[in-house]
Design a protein around this ligand. Structure first.
Ligand SMILES: [Zn+2]
Length: 289
């Protein structure tokens, strides 16, 4: 399931690859994934994509007049291919973009790994596939209010400037329960899911089943630092690992998540892994308290 670092890379990559291009066509093979009408979809044609940004686990495509919001949910994956490339299996939707107009993007991709970027003088396709069809693409024409499930409930972005240490201390006091559930609660902070909650708790040396109410003040602060540092570290790694295949989720570089049975990279204890409700929790009994 895409989490904040995965979506951050997608937003950066799609912004650089697609920004400044006009939408020239679209095809939605799985109508279940679309929230909007065929007329609204057709009205995107000819509009230039201004930018792609992220909020929590959502991607926002801002066109000249209208917007699209993507929520990939569990299995939705987005990728960019050259126009007319071989079709994807389980393709749910595709959007064609023409050659880029005007100046280069204000965002740039790290030069060391920019060879994947599509040529700006040729058309490209944005493809979306979704094996479970749980993900959604919301069309948001100017002047139309359409509810986006889960959007309004979101707390501040887990890596965003609004989430200062003081805000974190204040917000965490409103929630009880186990730390792993707390971090995954989008109403607390937005963007963290199953994988990164494991990584953050390992970095903070806190056990996933600890109760929030048992945390000392310095542990509350350590969890904040661990969340910020882990997410920023992962975003940096993913900039190198993800392109050109934006649709492939990269998790092998993580320290502990789904590495049960192997040695803790910090203390050498064999990592524990517990599966419940289809989710794996990996942690170290040696150095997480
Ligand atoms: Zn350990």
């Amino acid at each position: 399931m895409p989490e904040l670092p995965d979506v951050a890379i997608l937003a950066d990559a799609l912004d650089v690859a697609l920004g400044g291009r006009p939408l020239t066509g679209s095809k939605v093979a799985q109508s279940l994934v679309l929230r909007g009408t065929p007329v609204e979809l057709a009205a995107f044609e000819g509009q230039t994509l201004l930018d792609v940004t992220r909020r929590g686990k959502f991607l926002v495509f801002r066109f000249e007049r209208d917007k699209m919001v993507f929520n990939p949910m569990l299995t939705g994956r987005l990728g960019v291919v050259s126009a007319g490339a071989k079709a994807w299996g389980q393709s749910a939707a595709m959007f064609e973009f023409g050659a880029a107009l005007g100046k280069a993007r204000r965002h740039t991709w790290p030069a060391a790994n920019a060879t994947w970027l599509p040529r700006r003088d040729l058309g490209v396709e944005l493809r979306y596939r979704d094996a479970t069809r749980m993900g959604k693409i919301y069309l948001m024409p100017a002047g139309v209010t359409r509810p986006v499930a889960g959007w309004d409930e979101q707390g501040p972005d887990a890596d965003g400037p609004a989430l200062t240490l003081d805000v974190w201390r204040e917000r965490i006091g409103r929630h009880s329960g186990e730390l792993k559930s707390l971090l995954r609660n989008q109403a607390f902070v937005a963007g963290i899911g199953n994988a990164y909650s494991d990584e953050i708790l390992w970095a903070a040396r806190l056990a996933p089943y600890r109760k929030r109410s048992s945390l000392a003040p310095d542990e509350v602060d350590a969890l904040y630092s661990a969340a910020r540092e882990t997410l920023n570290w992962a975003i940096g790694e993913l900039h190198v690992l993800v392109p050109p295949r934006l649709e492939v989720e990269q998790r092998d570089f993580l320290n502990v998540h789904r590495k049960g049975g192997s040695a803790c990279p910090r203390c050498g204890t064999r990592l524990s892994q517990v599966s419940a409700g289809g989710f794996d929790t990996t942690f170290c009994r040696g150095c997480q308290r």
